[in-house]
Design a protein around this ligand. Structure first.
Ligand code: SAH
Length: 232
């Protein structure tokens, strides 16, 4: 069992990160591994509906919307969501979500980007349907390790038959850093998604840099997998 198995982050700890601007996870550029593997996610389709679990203010959402795709994200921090629309210069409207008491949805005026402000585990296909694509960066690696099974069940339930799910994970020595982001091995991916999905490793890159050195780490490998539903 991984040394990180019992580590739990409360939702309030994430909100505090946003309030205090401690959001080192945010990438101001489009993610290089999304850019590189986009064709494998799109597969020649037009106007794909993408799901972004735990979306933060990922600029990748705007990038995909500008290409004609639509994006639905889920993020618990209202501050993060508002920063996304403001920084991307997108007018937005805010509405309640009848299916999820207390939740709100923030929608760009053109309707291409919707971000649900709620706990991910309250979200389901009953709220916004199923998806043709998923970009999972800073999501499976961010949730509490004890919630992984619940997470993979939810994510699989959001996949349309033609869904192409790009999953970005990090591998490092979990004895040296407590996370998040948490260590997710290839074996973990197989155990979580292998019963419902075919899994292909698309990329494995050395992602080590100064930031990880300051965390006490000596290596960091980033991997991108492509998950597709097994034929019924
Ligand atoms: N995917 C984004 C953000 C990664 S950090 C990126 O790559 O930049 C993880 C994000 O998930 C944080 O913004 C945090 O506020 C949010 N989060 C954590 N737990 C959540 C939960 N249970 N439901 C919804 N959002 C959550």
């Amino acid at each position: 069992m991984s040394v990180q198995a019992n580590r739990v982050m409360a939702l309030s700890e994430w909100e505090n990160k946003w309030q205090e601007g401690r959001i080192g996870f945010h990438n101001p550029e489009v993610h290089n591994l999304l850019e590189k593997n986009l064709n494998k996610a799109i597969c020649g389709r037009k106007e794909v509906r993408f799901f972004f679990p735990l979306c933060g203010k990922a600029v990748d959402m705007k990038w995909l919307a500008d290409m004609g795709h639509t994006v639905v994200g889920v993020e618990l921090s209202e501050k993060g969501i508002k920063q996304f629309f403001e920084e991307q210069n997108l007018a937005f409207i805010e509405e309640p979500v009848p299916a999820i008491p207390g939740a709100k949805v923030f929608k760009s005026a053109d309707g291409k980007i919707s971000i649900y402000q709620c706990d991910l585990y309250k979200f389901s296909s009953a709220v916004a349907g199923k998806f043709g694509g998923i970009w999972d960066r800073g999501a499976l690696v961010a949730i509490n390790p004890c919630d992984r099974q619940k997470y993979s069940t939810l994510l699989t339930s959001l996949m349309n038959n033609d869904c192409r799910y790009l999953l970005d994970t990090l591998e490092y020595n979990p004895e040296l850093y407590k996370g998040p982001p948490f260590f997710v091995s290839g074996e973990d991916v197989k155990n979580l998604f292998g019963s419902g999905c075919d899994i292909e490793l698309l990329e494995s890159v050395d992602a080590f840099d100064e930031k990880f050195k300051s965390w006490g780490l000596d290596s960091m490998t980033e991997k991108v997998y492509l998950l597709t539903l097994k034929a019924q």
